[in-house]
Write a protein that binds this ligand. Structure first.
Ligand code: FUC
Length: 751
């Protein structure tokens, strides 16, 4: 489980990511010139802004009327004036800076046996090479237990380590000063009014030779070994951030390097080692550098091990970018090199931020989901205000983006994306998912009001259409355009399928939560009854003229039939309103939808491809899963295995990992399904530690395409229904295991 390369990285897309949820680094790994591009997860441009358009609610009835009358262009014109936010930009994420470590002795022409890599088993990156008969080694990691990045230099001969250390930031670096003891402190602030202020502090220690400070550079000369520890903090967490940094460095000085490293590895492995995967032959390729493996896969060679590596890399990335107390993984996780990154590197909540967390539960990293729940909470106050001011509704809502300040107002002035209200509702379905996997009633109780408030918005927002259904309006189907019978095209609409599907999923979750928590106070009962009543009147998925799932309330043609968003299949994944077993006709229509999208060039962004993988897994089509997984790795993956939108966007990594899990095991519609979509290309393999809804941990082994062993560990007790498709059983008949499990017991089966 290692990414490795025999060449130095020439660009950021070749550098290797390390992180502890709060502090991130991209390690370039040059022999003579090391650059570690740094990030701190709370370093966003300044301040929370009141941004909504105060005329929205005044014009809402008229916009609704125009849409129902089919006067779409007029409706869009008025909506752009009355609903787009005058200031359409929330905050964006910024880099912390670059740590530069250079040596005046190292000359590229003298370097031999160069290798750099990232060991996923330990979360330690490394660089090694020989020069003038000396072997040099460098190790770099970011510890979550000790809050530091550590960079350690060793050589196999004494007195051979020489380098200088510098720090840079393109903008707003207010000071870079020595702080005594070969410690340097960099401080500055992010751009914008009320910019976030930060300190980053680092210290150099060495054995043998000379360690010194000249100006604001640290010098290491003729040392036997050396270590740099670096930390960073912003005023989002501590106004006295320099003091915090001093304490962190003082603490780490009490330990020797090996201890700091061991504490990091122990902490990381507690999470990482919960799941092990082997997808069978192809492991011979473990000796081939990762960039070369991607090339070979592109040229048509099989490499099953690379898919297993990609899977674990996704888990590694979540462990490195989302820890309890940190902000959630944003569009780039925590790794961003640009002062003004694409889409602000913020949270796009019409698919991308949710996709980042699709792997959290099934890939056994449940506690790393917490930052997303914290973000939802931070959106509630503002979301309540936006709901009331813009739509005259109670409850809370958000449009299609948010930031670390919990922004909820319309973002950008983009008719295909901006006027969409379901951001908070979709996010809130994650609360329910977390409960389904953990059965943690205390958690559900804690977030019950949040679920309720997300529902309440729709209680007020929905209006009746001419068929007596309760629909959303004005809204969009992210981010697609339809063609009206007149030939005109439109975006703004009523009742796009995704809205109804999200509401269905959210309302169903709320009704279940309220019964699980025995909410029998009159007011609570009334609310659950009301939601149940409304649920009946929400439009259900419908099949259109091509045999596809309809994307809008009318069976329009779409202007871009290969559009990257496939929002109307939300009901297939992540929700389970459509499934092969419960709704076979709709599942067939979902297949037509996907085929149409793909026939017209769909799946061209990494995240879109990752979603498609999950759809095919839910449609139980292993062949299509493989085809699209391969496309994800060969068309939308950078040399460092980062997902390529383009540019780099992390959602495809997380969605791809979730898709591999979904191909091997599913748990929805009341049952666990083993090997539901196994491609022929993976006839042998095993996986341990996948999590299933209901509170189960599942491990199994297959060979020759047939299931051999299955182990189910019950974490909370309760009924467990397992369905094994006849395709993966010797006897060829489906098999259902229905058992009452006891908490903490493991159940084993052989086939
Ligand atoms: C949505 C997508 C884009 C991109 C952006 C961050 O707007 O349509 O493809 O992923 O989010």
């Amino acid at each position: 489980m290692e990414l490795f390369y025999l060449k130095e990285s020439k660009s950021w897309n070749e550098a290797l990511p390390i992180g502890n949820g709060f502090l991130g680094g991209m390690v370039f790994g040059g022999a003579g010139f090391e650059r570690i591009s740094l990030n701190e997860d709370s370093l966003w441009s300044g301040g929370r802004k009141e941004r909504y358009n105060t005329d929205s609610s005044k014009y809402l009835p008229e916009i609704r009327k125009l849409i129902f009358e089919g006067q779409i262009n007029k409706a869009q014109h008025l909506a752009a004036l009355a609903m787009f936010a005058p200031n359409p930009h929330p905050a964006h994420y910024e880099p912390l800076g670059d740590l530069i470590i250079y040596s005046i002795h190292n000359r590229a022409e003298n370097i031999k046996n160069y290798r750099r890599g990232l060991d996923l088993n330990t979360a330690v990156a490394y660089v090694s090479y020989e020069m003038d008969g000396v072997t040099y080694n460098r190790e770099i990691f970011t510890s979550a237990v000790d809050n530091v990045m550590a960079i350690r230099f060793t050589a196999d001969k004494p007195g051979k380590i020489d380098f200088c250390v510098d720090f840079d930031r393109d903008r707003n670096l207010d000071s870079l000063n020595p702080a005594g003891n070969n410690r340097i402190v960099a401080s500055g602030r992010s751009i914008g009014e009320n910019g976030v202020s930060f300190s980053s502090m680092y210290q150099l220690l060495g054995a043998g030779g000379k360690i010194d400070t000249i100006g604001a550079s640290l010098i290491c000369e003729a040392a036997d070994e050396a270590v740099i520890y670096l930390c960073a903090r912003t005023d989002r967490r501590d106004t006295e951030h320099a003091d915090w940094c001093n304490k962190v460095l003082n603490n780490v000085m009490e330990m020797d390097y090996e201890k700091v490293k061991k504490r990091h590895i122990d902490d990381y492995q507690k999470l990482f080692n919960r799941v092990a995967i082997n997808l069978g032959v192809g492991s011979a390729k473990d000796s081939v550098p990762t960039d070369k493996r991607l090339e070979l896969l592109r040229s048509g060679e099989a490499d099953n091990g690379l898919f297993a590596l990609y899977f674990q890399f996704g888990r590694y990335l979540l462990i490195s970018s989302s820890r309890p107390g940190s902000y959630p993984a944003n569009l780039q996780g925590i790794w961003n090199k640009d002062m003004l990154p694409a889409w602000g590197s913020k949270y796009t909540i019409n698919i991308n931020a949710e996709m980042n967390y699709w792997l959290a539960e099934n890939c056994n990293l449940s506690e790393l989901h917490q930052p997303l729940f914290d973000l939802i909470e931070s959106m509630r106050d503002g979301g309540r205000e936006t709901a009331m001011q813009m739509y005259g509704c109670r409850g809370f809502m958000a449009h299609h983006n948010t930031d670390i300040y919990g922004d909820t107002a319309p973002v950008d002035k983009c008719m295909t994306a901006t006027i969409w209200q379901a951001g908070a509702a979709w996010l809130c379905t994650h609360i329910w998912e977390h409960y389904l996997y953990t059965k943690d009633k205390e958690f559900l109780e804690r977030y019950y009001d949040t679920l309720k408030e997300a529902c309440l918005f729709y209680v007020d927002f929905l209006v009746e259409d001419d068929k007596g259904r309760l629909v959303t309006v004005p809204t969009i189907s992210p981010e697609n355009t339809y063609i009206l019978p007149s030939g005109e095209s439109g975006v703004l609409c009523y009742a796009p399928s995704m809205d109804s599907q999200i509401i269905y999923t959210l309302f169903s979750a709320f009704i279940s939560a309220s019964s699980i928590l025995s909410k029998d106070m009159d007011t609570e009962k009334e609310m659950a009854e009301k939601i149940t009543e409304i649920l009946e009147k929400i439009p259900k998925p419908e099949i259109g003229k091509h045999g596809q799932i309809m994307e809008w309330a009318e069976d329009y043609e779409e202007r871009e039939p290969g559009h990257r968003h496939i929002s109307h299949l939300f009901a297939l994944y992540p929700s389970d309103q459509i499934s092969v077993s419960k709704t076979p006709e709709l599942a067939k229509a979902a297949r037509v939808t996907l085929e149409r999208r793909l026939a017209h060039g769909g799946g061209h962004t990494g995240w879109s491809r990752a979603w498609i993988i999950n759809f095919w897994a839910r449609l139980l089509d292993g062949g299509k899963v493989y085809e699209n997984l391969k496309a994800l790795l060969t068309k939308s993956t950078l040399p460092n295995l980062f997902d390529d939108h383009p540019p780099f966007q992390i959602d495809g990594n997380f969605g791809g990992t979730a898709g591999i899990a979904e191909m091997l095991m599913q748990s929805h519609s009341g049952e666990i399904n083993i090997l539901p979509a196994l491609p022929d290309e993976f006839p042998d393999g095993n996986i341990s530690g996948l999590c299933a809804r209901g509170g189960f941990e599942v491990s199994f082994k297959w060979a020759g395409g047939l299931l051999k062993k299955l182990e189910v560990h019950s974490k909370v007790g309760g009924e467990c229904i397992i369905k094994i498709d006849g395709k993966v059983l010797k006897e060829g008949n489906d098999r259902v295991i229905d058992m009452d499990t006891v908490k903490d017991k493991t159940y084993s089966f052989e086939f």
